[in-house]
Design a protein around this ligand. Structure first.
Ligand code: 0WE
Length: 254
């Protein structure tokens, strides 16, 4: 390990199309040492195959719906690294049925699951990571425009992303005095495993590319680059923010 190398933990790796993977690659290129987590045994082999590509990176299993697994993970991270400098949260889930019909039909259980997995998990890992961020640090999560404007079928995920963006501000206020910055990246639509189940994704990507000032869709590597920037000293004055990496889509009124 090189002197002064920084260490980040990344949540949300499922496969090579994961935004978490694009961020891991950029952080690796920027010289970070990485702890990369995956949810369960089902995703373990694919995750391990990817992690092997990154020198010095380690894989850990952690299901963020379990307080016990989070506690165990951070014990392992403390043991292995001592200090953490960065945390990336690229995790979201709502039951498939919730992303099909009308928002008004959101179920109590669908609402609970979406908010538990996609929002509470950030609070839980931020609290667990803070004591390891003894030199200050950066936390980055992923959000989407459906938090602020209605995107048909995004439904309860839009409400969860609104809560996530507010969570970023409240965490930034609590952790700022410890030198820990907390920000969200609002990415344009990207073809990931999570997005693949969405029937209108092809149509969305086409319309996004037509309307965005840059006349194209976002490359996951651009999201990775923005995360690396936010976690770097270049981002040292930014906290509590939502940064758009959407080719300018959000600025348009018509
Ligand atoms: O945040 C997301 C996707 C999040 C997501 C996707 C799924 C599909 C499979 C959360 N939970 C699930 N559950 C599943 O069972 N995006 C920003 C991508 C996305 O998802 C949409 C979109 C866009 C864009 C859903 C409906 C409409 C647009």
């Amino acid at each position: 390990m090189s002197e002064g190398q920084k260490t980040a933990v990344i949540f949300g790796l499922a496969n090579k199309r994961s935004i978490a993977w694009a961020i891991a690659q950029k952080l690796n290129e920027s010289g970070w040492r990485l702890a990369i987590t995956y949810q369960n045994e089902r995703l373990e082999q694919e995750a391990k195959d990817l992690i092997t590509d990154l020198p010095g990176a380690d894989g850990f299993m952690c299901d963020l719906t379990s307080d016990a697994e989070i506690a165990k993970l951070f014990e392992q991270l403390k043991e292995r690294y001592g200090v953490l400098d960065g945390l990336v949260h690229s995790v979201a889930f709502a039951p498939a049925e919730e992303l099909k019909g009308e928002f008004v039909n959101t179920t109590r259980e669908g609402f609970r699951i979406a908010h538990d997995v996609s929002v509470y998990s950030l609070i839980a890992v931020a609290r667990a990571a803070a004591p390891l961020m003894t030199n200050g640090g950066g936390i980055v999560t992923m959000t989407y425009y459906g938090a602020e404007k209605v995107v048909p079928k995004y439904n309860v995920m839009g409400v969860a992303k609104a809560a996530l963006e507010a969570t970023v501000r409240y965490l930034a206020n609590d952790l700022g005095p410890k030198g820990i910055r907390v920000n969200a990246i609002s990415a344009g639509p990207i073809k990931t495993l999570a997005a693949r189940g969405i029937s209108q994704l092809g149509e969305m990507l086409k319309s996004h590319a037509e309307r965005a000032p840059l006349k194209r869709n976002v490359d996951p590597a651009e999201v990775g680059g923005t995360a690396a920037f936010l976690l770097s000293p270049a981002g040292s004055g930014i906290t509590g923010e939502t940064l758009y990496v959407d080719c300018g889509y959000n600025i348009m009124g018509f």
